[in-house]
Design a protein around this ligand. Structure first.
Ligand SMILES: [Zn+2]
Ligand SMILES: [Zn+2]
Length: 328
């Protein structure tokens, strides 16, 4: 398997695509639809002795443009089958209903989070200005958890790990020294993947994501190949660190409510993250919302209209935000 490094000045930093050579040459994720990334991908494939027309399959971890942007044009050139989880398939396929549904949820959330007009204009024009990075529509083959996809000389198994995105899936395979997986943005080596703002369609985003971290830790992969930056040699350990990070964030959300509540998601976000710009105007209050929503569901925070207030009750943060146990 060959890692192909792609530029990405727009989102989380440099992207990875991965080529699985063999009888059925397969590409995992493809990068944003820009000229420079198009060149990166062509050069990267060339270095492995492949051309775009050689590709038989493309598997996409989730719908975000920095993972899917070039999929449509690569498919047009190669005739490759493109696989994506059913939860994200509509958006990747450019289905107007799926795109419209996402937009409607987004507009509703922006209003209920209380984003003021200035930042609202900024984030809306940022998102509208980046639509073309999503690239051409794709003729998708949908997959679900447990499905197997022929790739290279072997198979990839779909492991659905929603949270950061509704359809986000890892693709597991037998590596040299155990089970490994392409994980997209389920876990990243440096940053904590955004939850709550990155895909507004996800119900109970924090709880959903914590369940996925637990499952990932349980799978106990020997190595994970993320959508950004370097491979992760202890994926279960990284899942624990990210869960601990969310536990700390939940503590901070509760102390913000103690000091400043009742408060809406935008206000909580401002206390957590300060001033925000561009995509962070979506990710900051989204993350605050994911935590607030979880605390409401667990009965330790009350929601009144669009504002949140700490309930008068005992809080056990360890129970609210479980951290996966160590197996090894
Ligand atoms: Zn993503
Ligand atoms: Zn990403």
């Amino acid at each position: 398997m060959e890692r192909i490094r792609l530029g990405n000045t727009v989102f989380e930093g440099r992207n990875n695509a991965y080529l699985i050579p063999g009888e059925r040459p397969t590409l995992v994720d493809v990068g944003v639809a820009t000229d420079s990334v198009r060149r990166d991908l062509r050069d990267g494939l060339d270095a492995t002795g492949h051309e775009i027309s050689d590709l038989d399959a493309i598997v996409l971890t989730h719908w975000h443009a920095d993972h899917t942007g070039l999929a449509g044009e690569l498919q047009a050139e190669s005739g490759a089958d493109v696989y994506v989880h059913e939860g994200d398939a509509g958006i990747v396929a450019g289905d107007p209903e799926a795109l419209d549904a996402e937009r409607q949820i987004r507009e509703r959330r922006f209003e209920e989070w209380g984003i003021p007009d200035g930042p609202l204009d900024e984030v809306t024009s940022f998102l509208d200005g980046h639509v073309e990075l999503q690239g051409d529509a794709v003729d998708v083959t949908t997959v679900e958890d447990g499905d197997r996809i022929a790739a290279g000389d072997g198979e990839l198994e779909v492991v659905h790990l929603p949270g950061h995105a509704a359809g986000l899936s890892a693709f597991a395979f037998d590596g040299d020294d155990g089970r490994e997986a392409f994980v997209g943005d389920v876990i990243l080596p440096k940053y904590t993947p955004n939850v709550g703002g990155a895909d507004l369609r996800v119900d109970r985003p924090l709880e959903t994501y914590l369940d996925s971290l637990a499952r990932l830790a349980d799978e106990d992969f020997t190595r994970a190949w993320p959508g950004h930056r370097d491979p992760i040699d202890d994926p279960a350990g990284r899942a624990r660190v990210i869960a601990e990070h969310h536990r700390e964030r939940t503590e901070r959300v509760l102390s913000v409510l103690d000091e400043h509540g009742p408060a809406d998601a935008w206000t909580v976000s401002a206390h957590l993250f300060g001033d925000l710009s561009a995509i962070h105007i979506l990710h900051g209050p989204g993350e605050a919302f994911a935590h607030l929503d979880h605390l409401v569901a667990e009965g330790v925070v009350e929601r009144d209209g669009d504002e949140y207030l700490a309930a008068d009750t005992e809080v056990d943060v360890d129970e609210l935000v479980p951290v996966p146990e160590t197996k090894r």
